[in-house]
Design a binder for this molecule. Sequence first.
Ligand SMILES: Nc1ncnc2c1ncn2[C@@H]1O[C@H](CO)[C@@H](NC(=O)[C@@H](N)CO)[C@H]1O
Length: 147
Amino acid sequence: MRMLLIHSDYLEYEVKDKALKKPEEISEEQKKGRLEEVLAAFISVEKVDEQNPEEVVEKAVKEIEDVASQVKTKNIFVYPFAHLSSELGSPDIALKILKEIEEKLKEKGYNVKRAPFGYYKAFKLSCKGHPLAELSRTIIPGEAKKE
Ligand SMILES: Nc1ncnc2c1ncn2[C@@H]1O[C@H](CO)[C@@H](NC(=O)[C@@H](N)CO)[C@H]1O
């Protein structure tokens, strides 16, 4: 999994078009979203993650919590982003993993939004620009077989 973490004054998105034949079903309300004072987590789920999705979810949640506590926000935007890797995992498993990350963060008391999966979306972001405002993480399942 590749994650780009941006601490931002806000993130807002608007769904524009389908990017997959069968994108995630969404309500009218989910076609737009915005969070203020947010840690945006742009996530590419990779093929290797399919070897141990549970472990990847756990590691991703830990990394997000770690940065969120450093930048002092409880607002998290989980944003599916297929542009951080050339070895993307399957959409079905990717969506499952992203939903799990969202759920686990909510269980831990974070205010979480997740952008819809399988769409082209317009988005606006206002990166805060402090030293911890732009971070990236690479997460590999521990038991992943080394080719
Ligand atoms: N392995 C993967 N990891 C994360 N997201 C993934 C994915 N496979 C599919 N998606 C989702 O489907 C859209 C088309 O690839 C993706 N859309 C996007 O990435 C938008 N920024 C528009 O390009 C994304 O919603």
